[in-house]
Design a protein around this ligand. Structure first.
Ligand SMILES: Nc1ncnc2c1ncn2[C@@H]1O[C@H](COP(=O)(O)OP(=O)(O)OP(=O)(O)O)[C@@H](O)[C@H]1O
Ligand SMILES: [Mg+2]
Length: 394
């Protein structure tokens, strides 16, 4: 069928034509926004789940909700070994600019911006001069004595408190979205939790909304034991049958295209309801379909190409990042994990005939690369759904 009209959107962070099966999270977030704007105590949301389940697109949808309520918003994507200071400056600068037009007192907006600038300048190495100095592009003089100690924990608390106060004046709030939360460096995790803690004690309207791999709760609580009281963890999972069907049927209906019921059976079997797979199969099947009613035969014809596409774009791109020693570790996991469940690390060592300690470097680096995670002590699992079968095939 006409590929130009193909509505499906496989790809990291690609907005799906229909955000299926996420109504509960969307409603929950509406309540969070409303309560926080009214100064009521509320835990913020952190979305956790495997690769490709739709955390990023849901985070973006939540951001739109906040924007619709005239909140100031900003988004960052954490990276291993990168301090949050610079990305936070960009995100909050954006948020302040969104709030500014609604604020009565331009002087207070300038004051908040000057604190943001003071915070930003601390991203520079004190010895750096001239071009080596990063300039944040905020055209007010930097404040002194606020958010400028160089200790991220102290500075972040002061900055977020001041930005939140600005939003409170206009009767809304600020939402800071943090994707790939498991990658925040430990000192910054601790600072972020401390800041959220302070904000909630002062009932100030600023929320940090996160998304990341399933071990995010463990990463946060390793830094601050009270993190569980700050964040409400929401597991984002594969779509159930009804939602997976909706993800396929609704966008097609907009184009006057239908699915035979047996086609939807075949597609659910192939995709297991994983959103990335749903989009990839949906797209290929559409391209191969011969009429305005999509049949199981169309799925059968499209399947090899959909699998090839996934092998390259979804699995292969991640496998490529692993070194030979890490690949050996992955293959051992692939042999031992038949259903995607966590595997004891001792079993992997035994399978490879090695001492567990000799495998720690490969394991730690695979965790850092986001390919595997450890949700419980002494066990490890793939972050990528269906990675085991992919490794066994290749
Ligand atoms: N609720 C949904 N309904 C239909 N399709 C969805 C849904 N959520 C996500 N998708 C599709 O799934 C794919 C992956 O989404 P996304 O990049 O948000 O996943 P992710 O969980 O952030 O993955 P990663 O951990 O790799 O960053 C995209 O193609 C997106 O369009
Ligand atoms: Mg993502």
């Amino acid at each position: 069928m006409d590929p130009v009209r193909n509505p499906y959107a496989p790809g990291a962070g690609q907005r799906p034509p229909e955000l299926a099966g996420r109504d509960r999270e969307v409603q929950q977030f509406d309540v969070v926004l409303e309560r926080i704007a009214r100064g009521r105590p509320e835990r913020s949301l952190v979305l956790t789940g495997l690769r490709g389940v739709g955390k990023t697109v849901l985070l973006n949808a939540l951001r739109s909700q906040a924007i619709n309520r005239l909140w100031g918003t900003g988004k960052i994507e954490a990276r291993p070994d990168q301090s949050l200071r610079r990305p936070i400056v960009g995100a909050l600068h954006m948020a302040v600019r969104e709030i500014a037009p609604h604020h009565r007192d331009p002087e207070q907006v300038r004051t908040a911006l000057s604190v943001l600038k003071a915070f930003a300048l601390r991203a520079n190495d004190p010895k750096a001069t001239g071009r080596a100095r990063w300039s944040p592009g905020i055209d007010v003089p930097a404040a002194t004595g606020r958010a400028d100690t160089g200790d991220i924990e102290v500075d972040l608390v002061e900055l977020l408190v001041d930005v939140a106060a600005l939003a409170r004046d206009v009767g809304t709030g600020v939402a800071l979205f943090v994707d790939e939360m498991q990658d925040i460096p430990p000192s910054d995790v601790s600072a972020l939790c401390a800041a959220c803690h302070e904000l909630s004690q002062q009932a100030l309207p600023l929320v940090v909304v996160g998304a990341g791999l399933p071990h995010v709760p463990a990463v946060l609580s390793a830094s601050k034991s009270y993190s569980e009281r700050l964040f409400h963890y929401v597991r984002i999972d594969r779509l159930d049958r009804e939602a997976a069907d909706l993800a396929l049927v609704a966008p097609a209906a907009d184009e006057g295209v239908r699915y035979e019921p047996a086609t939807l059976d075949a597609l659910y079997t192939a995709t297991d309801g994983y959103p990335y797979f749903v989009q990839a199969y949906g797209k290929m099947t559409w391209d191969h379909a011969t009429g305005e009613v999509i049949t199981p035969d169309d799925v059968a014809v499209a399947a090899p190409e959909a699998e090839t596409e996934l092998a390259v774009g979804f699995f292969g791109s991640r496998y490529e990042r692993a070194t030979p020693a890490e690949r050996e570790y992955l293959h051992a996991m692939g042999m031992l994990s038949t259903n995607g469940d966590a595997i004891p690390t001792s079993a992997i060592a035994e399978h490879l005939g090695r001492k567990p300690s000799s495998l720690s470097p490969a394991r730690d680096s695979l965790i850092k690369k986001g390919l595997i995670y450890s949700g419980e002590r002494g066990a490890i699992a793939f972050t990528v759904p269906h990675f085991g079968p992919y490794l066994r095939r290749s």
